[in-house]
Design a protein around this ligand. Sequence first.
Ligand code: KG4
Ligand code: ZN
Length: 354
Amino acid sequence: MSGPLLLSIESSCDETGIALIEDGRRIVANVVASQVALHAATGGIVPEVAARAHLRWIVPVLDEAWAGAGVGWSDVDAVAVTYGPGLAGSLLVGINFAKALAWVHDKPLIGVNHLEGHVYAAWLADPGTDPERPIFPLVALVVSGGHTFLVEMRDHLEYRLLGATVDDAAGEAFDKVGRLLGLGYPGGPAIQRAAEAADGIDVPFPRAWLGDSYDFSFSGLKTAARRIVDTVRADEGLPADDPEAVLSDAAVARLARGFQGSVVDVLATKTIRAAEACGARSVVLGGGVAANGALRSRLADEAAERGLPLIVPRPGLCTDNGAMIGAAGARRFEAGERSGLDLDARPSLPLARR
Ligand code: KG4
Ligand code: ZN
C-alpha cells in the first residue's frame, strides 16, 4: 500500500457517508446512506430528523465500509471528519463518532471542510481506474444544495475566492423550482429527467449575469419561475387557483429544460471566463449540482474547445459522500495538520476569502 490510509466520515447534511481512502485518491471503500426518501415526505430537510437518522445509520455504514475492504484498523493512519459547514446536529453526530474512533484506536483526528471535500472529489479514483488528475493552477466551481462558488487554486489547499452566490445556491433553486413544477424532492435530478423528455422550444427563463463579476444570483429565477408557470398554466387553459388542475407533462418538461438551461448557461459561462482570466490549466467541477448532465456536457464542450482539461467526478462522488472527505483529509494529514479532541462543529465554516 502506498500513501496514508484514511477512514473518513461525512454527516453534514442528509447523507451518512464513510469511506476508506488510500493516498487521497484510491477508493478502498465508500458507503453512503441517503436520507432522500425520508426527507421527500416533508419536501425538504428537517434538521432534527436528519440528525437522528445519522445516529441511526452511522454504525451500520461503518460496518459496511469495513466489509470486503480487505483492511483493518491497524492499516488506518488517521480519521478524517467533516466539521463544517452544515447542520449543527448532523455535524455533531459525525464529529463525535470520529472522535470516539480516533481515541479508542489511537489515531490522529483530522477536521475537514465539507466544501474542500467537494473540490477534492476531483482527485478520487475508483478501483482499477486512473482518471486524469487536476493540474494547477485550476479554477473550481462548487455547486451544491447549500453553496455555489468559484475558487482559484494555485496549489494544494490554497484557495482564492473568485465569486459566490449572493442569495440562493444553485441546488436550492433546482429544489424550489422542482417543487413548483410538482416534481417532488430533491428537485435537481427530477428537473434533469423532466428536461431530458422535453421536445420543442424551451420556455425561456431570465439569466442573472451580475455584470462582469463572478458572483451568482438565483433567487430572482425562483420568482420568475412562479410568473412563467402561471403564464403557461393560463396558456393551457388551467384555472390559476385550482391545485388539482396540473400542467401537462409536455409543459413541465419544456419549463424544466428552460430553467435548467438558464442555470447551466450562467454557471458555465462564468466558470470558463474565470478559467481564462486566471490562466487555469484545468477546470474542476464539484457538488451535488455537478451531477447534472446538462451542466457536465456544456462545460465539457466549452473546456474542450479551449483545450482545457475538465475534471468532474462521477455523479455519485459529486453528491455528499465520505470519500471526498478522505481525499481532502489526506492532503491536510500530509501537511502535518491534526485536530484536537475538542474539535467542534462549525455550521458556517467558510472555505476561502476573496
Ligand atoms: O452536494 P449535495 O449532495 O449536498 C449539499 O452539500 O448541499 O447537493 C445536493 C443538491 C440538491 O439541491 C440537489 O437537488 C442537487 O444537489 N442535485 C442536482 C442533481 N443531483 C443533485 N441538481 C441538478 N441536477 C442533478 N442531476
Ligand atoms: Zn455537499
